[in-house]
Write a protein that binds this ligand. Structure first.
Ligand code: F0G
Length: 457
């Protein structure tokens, strides 16, 4: 069979409200051209994020009833912990309400003034939590990872030589090394097993612990199976266990590769650090056997972890983005190559060269996709990263637009529709104009900033 079908059938549906071009123009204007400020009912295909938007399976819905809501010692926690340990053999597993809470706990304990934390690329919440502690976040992805059009099997890899120099130059100031799998901010690109191993070994050589930001660990593992020599016959579960065997801990958002609508965890091997983390968890999230979650959420995560490593699912999952990318390439729309795991990333700077980075070409694409097709996407560029902590502004390294695919939610006809909207937009792209920001918060401005369209000349 040539077509890689969705390996599930639909039992429950949510209707989508269809809107007209004129309606969407008015709705977007009322949302100050920030698609985060739209009502989701006004969106036809919502590709804002793959986080918390998964369709749960019949089995996940059924185990929700088994959720035990005891304050302490719930069997749901035991099932959650066993499911995590089946794949990630860490000693201490602390459930949190989502990934950023795990980051906040970790960096509040190991971050602080004068500390520097390297990663392949920190995601925005990770960076923000590092910086909130007073520490600095540094991105050391390989150069290939910064070139959207360049094909490379593992564009999420850490630059090992740069990391070595960094660790040497900052001895005594690096509380941990991190790697994000897959590299979300860099295009959903995977990190190879070899790179994970070498990053861990290098960190350990300098006496520094190695943590994995693991949101999309199963997608990363499947990329390793497909692309890294020596892994084609290894099961994804074994690849996952091998990836984490190199690390001392992990932060996790269960809203991604655990098929849950909420949840996360912090995992650690260090007993003393875990002790401190548990105290902090109790302060801000909850008792260590539920953290920030209900017992039923822990059950959904446990079940989700057993489903996410299914290789038929992962084949379909990676094919979804690849399918859209192939067709965008055929249309001549510049995209990050090769296709990432959870999202298609359009190179807005290359597609709309008439809009300078400080007029946010990514935001112009985001607005266009909504007006022309009711598609919600997300700018990952100068709007998200362009504002420096001192309040000045400069162009981000890339101006990308992310179309993130919720797990098990949309079908191939939705993907075809996305491509058709791009074809429409491609015909009128010279008419798209840039934006200026008229109101912005002090940090994480992409969520709430208000924009004004710059009139075309
Ligand atoms: N790390 C990465 C790589 C992420 O992609 C995210 C979330 C987080 C950490 C934080 O997890 O949302 O559970 O608190 N990314 C979402 C996204 C929001 O749309 O990419 P969280």
């Amino acid at each position: 069979m040539k077509t890689i079908i969705e390996p599930f059938r639909i039992k429950t549906v949510e209707p989508i409200r269809l809107t007209t071009f004129e309606e969407r123009q008015a709705l977007l204007q009322a949302a100050h051209y920030n698609t985060f400020l739209l009502k989701s009912d006004d969106v036809i295909i919502d590709l804002l994020t793959d986080s918390g938007t998964s369709a749960m399976s019949a089995m996940q819905w059924s185990v929700l009833m088994r959720g035990d809501e005891s304050y302490a010692g719930s069997p749901s926690y035991q099932r959650f912990k066993s499911a995590v340990n089946e794949l990630m053999p860490f000693k201490h597993i602390l459930p949190t309400h989502q990934g950023r809470a795990a980051e906040s706990i970790l960096f509040s304990l190991i971050g602080g003034e004068g500390k520097v934390i390297p990663s392949n690329t920190h995601f925005d919440t990770t960076r923000s939590n590092v910086e909130a502690s007073g520490a600095e976040a540094h991105d050391l992805v390989i150069d290939e990872g910064m070139d959207p059009a360049l094909e490379h099997p593992f564009k999420g890899n850490m630059d090992i030589a740069k990391l070595d120099a960094f660790l040497r130059a900052n001895k005594g100031h690096v509380p941990c090394v991190m790697t994000t799998i897959t590299n979300n901010a860099g295009g959903g690109q995977p990190v190879s097993m070899d790179n994970i191993r070498r990053t861990g070994e290098l960190a350990h050589k300098y006496g520094v612990p190695f943590f994995i930001d693991s949101c999309r660990f199963a997608e990363n593992a499947y990329f390793i199976k497909l692309r890294e020599p020596g892994f084609s016959k290894t099961t994804v579960s074994d690849i996952v266990r091998m990836m984490f065997s190199h690390a001392d801990g992990m932060t996790m958002s269960a809203k991604k590769d655990a098929f849950a609508n909420i949840g996360g965890w912090l995992a650690l091997n260090d007993d003393a650090l875990a002790e401190k983390a548990r105290s902090r968890l109790i302060q801000i999230e909850g008792f260590p056997t539920y953290g920030g979650l209900a017992g039923r959420d822990l059950e959904a995560i446990a079940q989700g972890l057993s489903e996410i490593v299914d290789e038929d699912y992962l084949a379909y999952r990676l094919r979804t983005c690849e399918y859209v990318v192939e067709q965008l390439v055929a249309l001549g729309v510049p995209v990050v190559l090769p296709a990432g795991g959870h999202a298609v990333f359009v190179d807005a700077r290359a597609w709309l060269p008439h809009i300078p980075p400080l007029e946010y070409p990514g935001q112009a694409v985001v607005a266009g996709l909504y007006e022309y097709g009711g598609i919600r996407s997300c700018e990952i560029g100068t709007v998200m990263f362009g504002r420096k902590t001192d309040g000045t502004e400069e162009a981000a390294a890339m101006d990308l637009v992310r179309l993130a695919m919720p797990r098990r939610v949309y079908t191939q006809s939705h993907a075809d529709c996305v491509v058709e909207v791009f074809a429409e937009l491609n015909k009128v792209k010279e008419t798209l104009t840039g934006f200026r920001i008229i109101e912005e918060p002090l940090s994480l401005r992409h969520f709430t900033s208000k924009f004004q369209r710059i009139a075309s000349v």
